[in-house]
Write a protein of this length. Structure first.
Length: 137
């Protein structure tokens, strides 16, 4: 495996942790739309990290979500969460970012934060184990 892929995966883990912390701070500040955005990106960075370790990289979010679903959820590598959870997080993030006059409720933002934490807590240890087990060529 290319050493750069491992470095990219580590960077994505770092980004995920950073933006999740931001999501919590934004939630506490009452900025629910921005909190949902950051919660989505915490998950998205980890999906990208998993896929880069497979040598896969995509420019479009939909391609990342679709490929992750095909490889890791349909094959039941991850059973702690569902594609519907990721899809809802993505849809809610799109609404909060691009729909005029969309104001996420505290309850909706909390649900998305909780889902993001569940997803991240399942994926991050998997990535760490994959990185440990990889022989660098």
């Amino acid at each position: 495996m290319d050493k750069n892929f491992i470095e990219i995966a580590k960077y994505d883990i770092s980004q995920s942790n950073r933006v999740y912390k931001s999501a919590l701070l934004l939630f506490e500040d009452g900025d629910y739309n921005s909190s949902i955005n950051r919660a989505y990106y915490a998950v998205f960075h980890l999906l990208c990290a998993v896929l880069i370790l497979d040598g896969k990289s995509f420019k479009e979010h939909s391609a990342v979500l679709s490929e992750f679903n095909k490889i890791y959820l349909k094959e039941k590598i991850f059973t702690e969460f569902s594609y519907k959870m990721i899809e809802k997080l993505s849809r809610t993030r799109n609404n909060s970012d691009y729909t005029d006059m969309f104001w996420a409720s505290k309850e909706e933002a909390k649900e998305q934060l909780d889902n993001a934490k569940l997803i991240c807590d399942a994926i991050q240890p998997y990535i760490n184990e994959r990185i440990k087990s990889i022989d660098i060529e």
